[in-house]
Design a protein around this ligand. Structure first.
Ligand SMILES: Nc1ncnc2c1ncn2[C@@H]1O[C@H](COP(=O)(O)OP(=O)(O)O)[C@@H](O)[C@H]1O
Ligand SMILES: [Mg+2]
Length: 364
């Protein structure tokens, strides 16, 4: 493929991957934003699930910003235990609400936390020195949020990576549910990646959080929108931007994270003029080489049956696989839980680069 590179004037790479994306790095999700708005403007709670890196965190940041009500966001992956959970929530309250108001409210807590301000940057540190019954710390903070909602705008509490709740404390789900279910002036949003676990928490009859809110699965970004997103940006530096967008999406299958990652590297290659000839192939090969060690290590941790399934998936030929249905099913389930496989319309590999690594390896 020959590329005509337009004159470039120190243009910033318009692609971003790995962290939460907003503004010009964010595309589409109009339908989802509308639906989230509708749910959070009602008295209901929301459960947003998808495989990792599909854009849940980015989407909820965008939606809550549009809604504009006080939003308290906590990522459970970064929370170590129950009192840490309570501390992080309270810390956010100090940022959102008037300092004096929260300070006053904290005086009636059953366990009084230590609050200090970092003089350098004015950030707040909150620590609960709870010896045993740590759950009451969390309960007091959550009830304070409800109270704040009764007196003003209804706050939105977003708990990201909620499936981690099980690592934070024993039996916490039950206690948490009993506190949250009486709240009338807060909307709760639960985000989660380990899809099967999230479904277990919210869809199993015996689970304390059974049907606690509306479950919304987040799909990949629609082809046409992602195409426009890529085309508009590549158009600024190359002539065959349409073909480039097409080929990127053919490779990544519209996976939000991998699409941005590949686009980022292609842009960088064009900018540095480091690619000759087929620059898309070149970028892909480079990325696979970069991760060769990781993929090899991963591959060696996978059991034999699962390797067979991954090979079949990489060849898009699951049907030809000669495995008993139950073995195939439990393998796919395991691989999904580990994040290697995702289910869209059919089962597919999550990481297109890993998929290509497998294909290339077997060609050798
Ligand atoms: N709406 C979007 N538009 C463009 N890229 C997106 C969008 N949502 C996600 N991405 C890409 O996916 C990556 C992961 O998004 P993130 O919100 O962290 O996903 P999750 O919370 O589901 O793991 C982002 O860094 C970005 O590259
Ligand atoms: Mg996230």
């Amino acid at each position: 493929m020959s590329t005509f590179v337009k004159k470039m004037k120190n243009m910033e790479n318009p692609f971003k991957f790995g962290t939460i994306v907003q503004e010009e790095f964010f595309t589409d999700r109009k339908e989802e934003i509308g639906k989230i708005q509708q749910i959070l403007e009602s008295k209901n709670h929301l459960i947003l699930i998808s495989p990792r890196r599909f854009g849940k965190s980015s989407l909820i940041h965008k939606a809550t910003k549009i809604i504009g009500r006080p939003t308290i966001y906590v990522d459970l992956q970064l929370v170590t235990d129950i009192d840490d959970f309570a501390s992080q929530l309270l810390k956010k309250l100090f940022v959102i609400y008037k300092w004096e108001r929260i300070k006053q409210a904290v005086k009636s807590f059953r366990i009084i936390p230590t609050i200090s301000i970092h003089p350098g940057n004015n950030t707040v540190e909150v620590t609960f020195n709870a010896a045993n019954d740590v759950f009451i710390c969390l309960e007091d903070v959550l009830n304070l949020i409800e109270k704040l909602g009764q007196k003003g705008e209804r706050p939105i509490v977003v708990i990201d990576e909620f499936q981690e709740i099980r690592n934070i404390g024993k039996q916490i789900e039950k206690k948490l549910r009993s506190v949250l279910q009486v709240h009338q002036s807060v909307n709760y949003v639960f985000l989660g990646s380990a899809e099967s676990m999230m479904r277990e928490i919210f869809e199993k009859k015996k689970s304390p959080f059974y049907h606690f809110g509306l479950l919304m699965p987040l799909p990949k970004i629609p082809y046409d929108d992602f195409f426009d997103f890529l085309n508009k940006r590549f158009r600024k530096i190359i002539k065959n931007s349409k073909e480039t967008a097409e080929r990127i999406l053919a490779f990544t299958g519209c996976h939000p994270y991998y699409t941005q990652q590949l686009a980022f590297h292609i842009w960088m290659g064009i900018e540095n003029k480091s690619f000759t000839g087929n620059y898309i192939e070149h970028a892909i090969t480079e990325m696979i080489m970069l991760h060769d060690n990781d993929y090899e290590r991963l591959w060696n941790t996978i059991r034999q049956t699962d390797k067979k399934i991954l090979i079949a998936l990489s060849q898009q030929n699951l049907r030809a696989l000669n495995l008993p249905a139950s073995t195939l099913y439990s393998g796919l389930k395991r691989l999904s839980e580990q994040g290697y496989v995702i289910k869209e319309t059919t089962f597919e590999m999550d990481d297109p680069f890993f998929k290509h690594w497998i294909i290339k390896r077997r060609e050798k």
